[in-house]
Design a binder for this molecule. Structure first.
Ligand code: NAD
Length: 392
């Protein structure tokens, strides 16, 4: 019975886009994951404005509306702090929550600078020793096609991995007459580092590290094409990178490329990658979230060998997460990765198990930002960088 399960008080920081995605996750879990030993209770939501917090609490069913993250972290009813506000405040909120022994789900990028990300990774590693869990919100790990790709690679189905080539493409900055307020990385008062490499490149880097292994070397370039934009305060300077590409070398010898761009006209949110190995290739495109394209050299029927577009929602036991969702062949969407991620965190809290390797740890969040900083240093110096040399 759902009502007999233990519950955990969730405190949500933020009232925007991600707050909506996470509130949806915690609202959905009690009935879609009936076997989960821990039931989320929507204890409190905090925003910078009481009015917005109250409106969010009403809409999503939180018991309390608070102003500022400090009040939420102090609230004894809140046992899991969900950091869904802007990048600039991730470190302050997540560090304060961990210091109080609260579990944390922190949106990506882990922080808006490397020093804070390292502090967070260290704090999470310390907290883990007393059973406190921390997840960095690289939600794409929880897309069924991505989780299936991970399984196939680990089973050696595509053989030795040679390459990972990925793109994360959007177009919010593609047009020079779009005002700064409508371009997420150009808005005045944003985080310290707000470019595409921090904002979306980190998702792709996490996919690369998760699927193909640790990144060792980086040779990259960054561009800002629209260096001035209209804003309510008149023309303002924009310095954040809006396009970036890097050649990456993996510790296992594989080679790859990573491109993050917010100037790819027509692309709204296209995360895609192709991984090739000595026996086959896997291709994923977020615009076709329920499919993984697969080529395997060793197929029994030679006449139909070639790429197969596999619907990853067809096998309830063998396709990841499909025992939870709908009957065979009924697709799922973008929001389900957030739900799967939050449920995974609750399961690990309940059993006091490690959140990785399925979920990204704070260490993963830090390592992704080290790669981003390696791209930046490569752009500055014109030289290939070793990620291990990128401090702090
Ligand atoms: N995983 C993903 O797919 C994904 C997608 C988009 C954004 N993000 C990340 O999620 C985070 C939030 O992005 P968003 O698009 O929801 O932003 P948003 O601007 O829509 O929302 C941010 C919210 O934080 C609130 N806030 C700011 N300071 C606060 C404080 N001290 N206490 C409480 N609330 C505070 C703001 O009022 C606002 O409601 C960012 O770090 C972003 O990089 C992740």
């Amino acid at each position: 019975m759902v009502s007999e399960r233990k519950s955990i008080g969730v405190g949500l920081v933020g009232t925007g886009f991600m707050a909506k995605a996470h509130a949806n996750a915690f609202n959905t879990i009690p009935y879609m994951f009936p076997d989960l030993p821990l039931r989320p209770r929507l204890a409190a939501v905090a925003s910078t404005s009481l009015e917005r917090a109250e409106e969010t609490a009403r809409r999503y069913g939180f018991e309390k509306a608070l102003v500022g993250h400090a009040a939420l972290i102090d609230d004894p009813e809140v046992e899991l702090v969900d950091v869904a506000n802007g990048d600039r405040l991730h470190a302050a909120v997540a560090l304060a929550a961990l210091a109080k022994g609260k579990h944390v789900l922190c949106e990506k990028p882990l922080a808006d600078n490397l020093a804070d990300a390292k502090r967070l990774a260290e704090a999470a590693a310390r907290a883990e020793k007393s059973g406190v869990k921390a997840v960095c919100g690289f939600n794409y790990r929880f897309v069924p096609a991505v989780a299936l790709a991970k399984r196939l690679i680990e089973r050696g189905v595509i053989g030795r991995v040679y390459s990972f080539n990925g793109c994360y493409l959007q177009d919010s900055g593609a047009f020079e007459d779009t005002p700064a307020e409508k371009v997420w990385y150009a808005a005045p008062g944003g985080p310290k580092n707000s470019g595409v490499m921090y904002g979306i490149g980190t998702h792709l880097i996490d996919q690369a590290r998760y699927l193909a292994g640790e990144i060792e070397t980086v040779a990259g370039s960054l561009r800002t094409y629209n260096t001035r934009r209209d804003s309510a305060a008149g023309k303002i300077a924009v310095r954040s990178d809006e396009d970036g590409v890097a050649v990456v070398g993996f510790a296992n010898g594989a080679l790859g490329s990573i491109r993050a761009a917010a100037v790819a006209a027509g692309r709204k949110n296209r995360l895609s990658w192709e991984i090739s190995g000595s026996r086959g290739t896997l291709f994923f495109d977020l615009e076709e979230i329920n499919y993984l394209k697969v080529f395997l050299r060793d197929t029994p029927v030679k006449e139909v060998s070639g790429f197969t577009r596999v619907n990853v929602t067809q096998l309830d036991r063998n396709h990841p997460f499909m025992d939870i969702w709908w009957p065979r062949g009924h697709g799922i969407g973008w929001e389900h990765a957030h739900i799967n991620e939050a449920a995974h965190l609750l399961a690990r809290i309940a059993e006091d198990g490690p959140v990785g390797p399925e979920a990204a740890t704070f260490e993963d969040g830090y390592q992704a930002l080290r790669v981003v900083e390696a791209v930046r240093r490569s752009e500055e110096t014109g030289m290939r960088q070793r990620v291990e040399d990128i401090g702090p």
